[in-house]
Design a protein around this ligand. Sequence first.
Ligand code: GRF
Length: 226
Amino acid sequence: MLRVLTLASGGGSNLRALCAAQAHLGYTVVGVVTDREGIGALAFAASEGIPTCTVLPKAHPNRPAWDAALAETCASFSPDLVVLAGFMRIVGPTVVAAFRGRIVNVHPALLPSFPGVDGPAQALRAGVRVSGCTVHVVDEGLDSGPILAQATVPVLPGDTAAALHQRIQTAEHALLPAVVGAVARGDLSLGAAPVWNRWPAPSTGAAASTFYPPVTASPPGAPHPT
Ligand code: GRF
């Protein structure tokens, strides 16, 4: 079973989605590491009995020291895959080196457009008519690693950044578990040059989002799509 460690900074809706799908997608969330206290992701993990650890930047003298502590903490969970699910800091070179090719991030925009903070607001300011989310491998840059999968959502008249972000998050909650499930099955190989070994079959259901590749994450209890 693929051991997934999740890093989070906020409400943890992607963590919830990952946990909801884990039984039928063949991975297990073994821990949650945060850079903040008192957040929804920690409350959810506690309610599910998932081990947690918080590595506060202010508890360390500088960024390299925090980076090293974060790497050590992550390693203590012996993860096969590290998933940044709303982790709002750039992980440092020590973490990237420790888990090179085994860290993925979900970003609320269609990379390489609109990296960094406020992806939905950036998309609105640019006037794009389509936005979405991206799951990509993490490297030393800012949302710059190889793209694994994307889902698109429309930008609607009168959208606010919050409304667009909510629509994007609904897509994230399907895309992120589907990508992790694909890694667990061996359909997707990560590493320096990620490759889809099996391109998933198209989803047959009507969807508000379009997924590239057409990954599907069945609801809990449903038979696995493959
Ligand atoms: C997500 O939209 C993700 O793309 C971004 O941060 C948000 C986290 O939301 N990086 P949540 O904590 O998973 O609810």
